[in-house]
Design a binder for this molecule. Structure first.
Ligand SMILES: NC(=O)c1ccc[n+]([C@@H]2O[C@H](COP(=O)([O-])OP(=O)(O)OC[C@H]3O[C@@H](n4cnc5c(N)ncnc54)[C@H](O)[C@@H]3O)[C@@H](O)[C@H]2O)c1
Length: 341
């Protein structure tokens, strides 16, 4: 199955929702998004369907077992049927949560996404990974459940806080290393619309070739192993942490020539992530290793795969012993303290 990715505006979204073959629409919307966009969404909702509206907590706060149970019971109490159709409206947290609801209610309902953050437009809404967090870690409970449509309304970007915008830009920069055409797009000062479309299509193409992440899909993890650690340690927006995670990978694993490219993508996108968060501080090897060891993409107790870039558009996933990664960080920690580029 393939997800249809389509540019929309509020009124054409209304037409798309109207055309869904169901008489029950289950709308799961981020409460912050609802606060800002209720008028546009209500004006354009289809009048010939029963609509059940469920407002989630803002962002990540909704991705837990207690909120999930609330969501399930809310819809079950309405007496929904198997041809009910779910639509998620929000960022990646909302689509993860709502997609998991769709996968679980009555053993699986069809669903679609309206992403409202830049990160979700280029990444989280596409690919069918859905889920919630456990007290043992992020995204540990979930299912693969592909949405039928991703309807992108770029107007949502206008109300994004700067850190959410930066987060999306960091993930976009990652695509610049995974695809030569996107790399050219990024450096030729194309519009943000063109960039969003190119990245969303790239993600869809990767997912099509490797739905369950046994091959090419691992490339999307570029910068993420160290990035997740940096995100927590320095409290950074996710995509910005991925940017610094890529910098560390390039510095430590023979990719220094890509550091200039990293900054050039940042400049072309009009982003400014400043200096590395570790600059002039003790490099936090121990803390980084705590997170690296917990990496949920790990498939063995001793080893994990890092995604390395060979040249722009070409990557390889290489298995490393966790002890070797630690040793490399220990050996480089003095150098890293002053590592800027
Ligand atoms: N399933 C996947 O493939 C995948 C991929 C990447 C990330 N994710 C998940 O996505 C989540 C992060 O998603 P995100 O970065 O989109 O952020 P988010 O969904 O957590 O939203 C971030 C904040 O922005 C607010 N917001 C959303 N849209 C807005 C708008 N248009 N205007 C103003 N505020 C708005 C939300 O209320 C929230 O406070 C994480 O939980 C991550 O695990 C999933």
């Amino acid at each position: 199955m393939k997800t249809n990715i389509q540019d929309c505006n509020f009124s054409s979204l209304g037409e798309e929702l109207g055309a869904i073959d169901t008489d029950n629409l289950l709308i799961v919307v981020d409460s912050r998004v609802w606060q800002i966009y209720a008028k546009e969404l209500v004006e354009n909702h289809p009048k010939d369907k029963k609509i059940y509206l469920y407002k989630t907590l803002e962002g990540e706060a909704t991705k837990n077992v207690a909120e999930f149970e609330k969501g399930l019971e809310f819809f079950l109490e309405k007496g929904i049927h198997r041809d009910s159709y779910l639509v998620a409206i929000g960022g990646g947290a909302t689509s993860d949560f709502a997609g998991f609801l769709a996968s679980s209610l009555l053993r699986g309902l069809k669903w679609s996404v309206v992403p409202t953050t830049l990160l979700s437009m280029v990444d989280a809404s596409i690919g069918g990974k859905t889920g919630i967090n456990s007290k043992h870690g992020k995204n540990l409970i979930g299912a693969f459940h592909l949405p039928e449509n991703v309807w992108i309304i770029e107007d949502f970007i206008n109300s994004l806080p700067k850190e959410e915008l930066d987060s999306g830009l960091g993930e976009i920069i990652k695509y610049g290393f995974l695809d030569k055409e996107i790399s050219k797009t990024l450096t030729s000062k194309c519009s943000l619309s063109e960039v969003i479309e190119a990245c969303a299509r790239k993600k869809e193409e990767i997912v099509q070739s490797d739905f369950k992440e046994n091959g090419a899909r691992i490339s999307l993890n570029l910068g993420h192993t160290f990035g997740h650690a940096l995100e927590k340690i320095y409290d950074l927006p996710h995509g910005v942490a991925v940017f610094w995670g890529m910098a560390l990978i390039f510095k430590l694993y023979d990719g220094e020539s890509f550091l200039k490219t990293l900054r050039s993508f940042e400049t072309s996108l009009g982003a400014d992530f400043g200096a590395p968060p570790w600059l002039n501080k003790t490099f936090p090897v121990k803390k980084i290793m705590e997170y690296v060891t917990k990496d949920k993409k790990r498939k063995s107790n001793e080893e994990l795969q890092l995604v390395l870039v060979e040249e722009v558009g070409q990557f390889k996933a290489v298995s490393f012993k966790i002890s070797d990664i630690k040793e490399k960080l220990e050996q480089s920690k003095d150098d890293l303290r002053s590592f800027n580029f």
